[in-house]
Write a protein that binds this ligand. Structure first.
Ligand code: PMP
Length: 381
């Protein structure tokens, strides 16, 4: 494509940052050993692994030994939830989650229900907010695990996971608490240690590392049954030779973000305000993200224009946005539905995901093209 790229889909994935590229290349070509090897190259690789654990632990505010690397957050979510449930199956068989989780949690809990687990989904209240008391009430003596996302990937809603975890633990401290932190990790302040949660999932490719790496933080003392069996890597919880280039890259991007995230957040606030102000002037725009949402995600509907039609219209100008979430291609958004939006609103929604390289000029170009689209595109019947 010869037009300049205006990439506004950072919730779907991100471009790998130079620090992560450099770290991956170094590990692929220089320190390329297998951490399990007994010779010096293995020792070098193990040092790289430990150092990555330390960096990511710093980013999450947990202990380095609590960090396990996976292939991505889909695996982390599956390991946390299935692994936690299997470990407690004899005493407890209920899992509680929310109606707005990512498919990697939602499809898993649907499957678990088929396998005989009891699953309860908590919905937001009519104001679009989650009330920790609803979780407090849902926890009973059969409850093994509660899973709640930190930031919703479609609207950017920041859920009060710390308060929900407190409410759940107050009712029963034995219940495991898992957070899918993918869309908030290294972007907004969050402390694993202070939050009192047991399990936290994150993904590398949402934070400028390559695809194919994620992490699961597991609080010391929490027992999970692994999904895979094999060699004895990562204390048997996640076996298989560690994906060292991706792990080193993940640590490098995390190191960069730990320094830059506060400035990025300020930048997103300014871009978000600019977008809201300009889009708000157009007739027929309805915002689905509010002040409880993170500033780097903005979801809105453009009246009478189907999301996909709009997305491809904007694409002609090099503008990449998303309709709902990239993982739910074509399907009606269960998130907007749970938030009380109409089918028509869900059919016409666009999601903007901001990154550090986006500029105010790009926001202006987006708004100009959205306005042009409103004048030119065929009406939705
Ligand atoms: N959870 C959330 C909230 C996500 O946005 C995503 C990615 N779309 C995932 C989980 C899955 O992560 P991965 O792509 O690393 O499997």
């Amino acid at each position: 494509m010869n037009k300049p790229l205006i990439y506004l889909d950072h919730c779907a994935t991100t471009k790998v940052c130079p620090q992560a590229v450099e770290a991956a290349v170094h590990v692929m070509q220089e320190e390329f050993g297998n951490p399990s090897s007994l010779h010096f190259l293995g020792y070098q690789a193990e040092k790289v692994f430990r150092s990555a654990q330390e960096t990511l632990a710093k980013g999450l505010d947990c202990q380095p030994e609590e960090v396990y690397f996976t292939s991505g957050a889909t695996e982390s979510n599956n390991l946390a939830i299935r692994g936690g449930l299997t470990a407690r199956r004899r005493q407890r068989n209920k899992v509680i989650s929310t109606a707005i989780e990512h498919a990697s949690v939602l499809e898993l809990t649907k499957q678990l229900a088929q396998e005989g687990y009891e699953v309860e989904y908590i919905s937001p209240r009519s104001n679009g907010q989650f009330d920790p008391m609803d979780f407090f009430q849902a926890v009973d003596e059969k409850t093994a695990l509660v899973s709640v996302m930190l930031v919703n990937n479609e609207t950017g809603l920041r859920l009060p996971v710390e308060e929900i975890a407190r409410a759940v633990k107050r009712k029963d401290p034995e219940v495991l608490f898992h957070v899918d932190g993918v869309q908030g990790f290294l972007k907004i302040p969050f402390s694993f240690r202070k939050s009192g949660i047991d399990l936290f999932s994150a993904s590398g490719h949402k934070v400028y590392a390559p695809k194919g790496v994620g992490l699961l933080a597991v609080k010391k003392g929490v027992r999970l049954v692994p999904l895979l069996y094999g060699g004895h890597q990562q204390k048997n919880l996640r076996v298989g030779t560690e994906a060292m280039p991706q792990i080193a890259a993940f640590a490098a991007s995390a190191g960069w973000l730990m320094e830059t995230a506060p400035a990025h957040l300020e930048h997103y606030k300014a871009l978000n305000a600019c977008l809201r102000e300009r889009l708000g002037r157009l007739e027929g725009i309805i915002f689905h993200s509010d002040e409880h949402c993170v500033p780097y995600i903005l979801n809105f509907s453009v009246k009478d224009i189907r999301s996909e039609v709009n997305l491809h219209f904007l694409e002609q100008y090099g503008i990449c946005v998303s309709s709902g979430s990239a993982c739910a291609k074509g399907a009606k958004s269960h998130v907007l539905k749970a938030l009380g939006k109409t089918d028509r609103e869900a059919d016409t929604a666009l999601r903007i995901g901001l990154g550090p390289e986006n500029t105010e000029e790009e926001m202006e170009e987006l708004v100009r093209r959205v306005e042009e689209g409103m004048q030119r595109l065929a009406k939705l019947r």
